[in-house]
Design a protein around this ligand. Structure first.
Ligand SMILES: NC(=O)c1ccc[n+]([C@@H]2O[C@H](COP(=O)([O-])OP(=O)(O)OC[C@H]3O[C@@H](n4cnc5c(N)ncnc54)[C@H](OP(=O)(O)O)[C@@H]3O)[C@@H](O)[C@H]2O)c1
Length: 299
């Protein structure tokens, strides 16, 4: 697909990975960070599209308000960014003949299943974040069933994510700045996914002319505790203990799904499959994406 590719949310985990991949492949890629374009402003989005010299061939929407707990309090913002913006971007793409790719989440599911969720399984988000993301999907589909919507889960890459937070906490404990034991929930299950792999997978789906809804995540299943243990073991913190706790021990503003495992068979049938999450975590840990010291945030 020759021509201009446009990435929104280009400084997020996925946005960065997509932009780097596209530019590395010699594509002309316009990368719009939050500062460059607030997708929550309909006027700003319209003006940005009007200002383009030529219509883009593909628009990849990696912008999202991903602070799950803050989405409960800041519901208007969540709705503008996660629900309204995808529909507007889809309409503008439809009017200009551009392909549109939107990214969504495992949080659209209720999270009480025991088998991996397929694209056909009933949705039922339990959080404000999940509800806003589901509405975004529906608004995209209402414009065109041909647009690509990719749901992923438990993302980590360059930015704010669980492994980064954990490595920061481990660094604090190693330096004896904090003595408290690490505590991580062991009754929520999902597929940790590396933003780099997701970017490659999304571009491969586009290459395969996939349209409609697809699940895409690294393979294998882990609990947060298992992911935490693996991250620490692989980064020289094997001696640091992590206490296993239950969801009920760790109250948060937004409920978290117990079961977040996405069935990625539909993408695999097109030959698009991501590696095992452990290999992906290893790749992340040796990349420049993983922090080397204390970090500030928790997901
Ligand atoms: N993170 C996960 O675990 C996870 C799991 C499943 C699916 N997903 C989905 O995957 C996609 C990519 O997620 P990610 O992990 O890359 O998220 P991320 O790292 O939080 O990146 C999102 C980007 O969107 C930007 N953004 C927020 N509000 C915006 C606005 N109004 N206008 C323009 N940009 C805005 C953010 O900028 P600021 O930081 O400056 O606000 C950030 O750069 C999202 O659709 C997300 O819902 C994520």
């Amino acid at each position: 697909m020759n021509g201009t590719w446009l990435v929104t949310g280009s400084r997020g985990q996925l946005g960065r990975a997509l932009t780097e991949r596209l530019r590395g492949a010699g594509r002309h890629c316009l990368a719009f960070s939050h500062e460059d374009l607030d997708v929550g402003s309909e006027d700003a989005v319209q003006a940005a599209f009007d200002a383009l010299e030529a219509p883009p061939v593909v628009v990849l929407n990696a912008a999202a308000f991903t602070h799950v707990d803050r989405c409960e309090e800041e519901s208007e913002r969540a709705w503008a960014v996660n629900a309204v913006a995808p529909g507007l971007l889809a309409r503008l793409c439809s009017e200009r003949g551009a392909r549109f790719v939107h990214v969504s989440t495992d949080y659209v599911f209720p999270g009480d299943a025991r088998e991996p969720y397929t694209e056909e399984d009933p949705v039922g988000p339990a959080s404000g974040y999940g509800r806003s993301k589901l509405e975004g999907e529906e608004r995209v589909r209402a414009v065109s069933q041909d647009f690509l919507v990719v749901r992923s889960s438990w993302l980590f890459g360059q930015g704010r994510n669980f492994p980064a937070t954990l490595l920061g906490l481990a660094a604090e404990r190693r330096s004896a700045a904090v003595k408290q034991a690490l505590r991580v929930v062991d009754d929520q299950w999902g597929r940790p996914s590396y933003a780099e792999d997701l970017a490659v997978g999304i571009l491969a789906l586009l290459e395969a002319d996939a349209r409609g809804l697809y699940h895409l995540a690294n393979t294998g299943v882990a609990s947060w505790w298992e992911l935490a243990r693996f991250c620490l073991d692989e980064s020289g913190y094997g001696d640091l203990e992590i206490e296993r706790i239950q969801t009920a021990d760790f109250e948060r503003p937004a409920p978290r799904p117990t079961w977040s495992v996405l069935d990625c068979g539909k993408a695999a049938a097109l030959g698009v499959e991501m590696r095992n999450w452990k290999d992906a975590v290893r790749a992340y840990l040796v990349s420049g994406d993983a922090p080397r010291g204390p970090v500030e945030f928790a997901r």
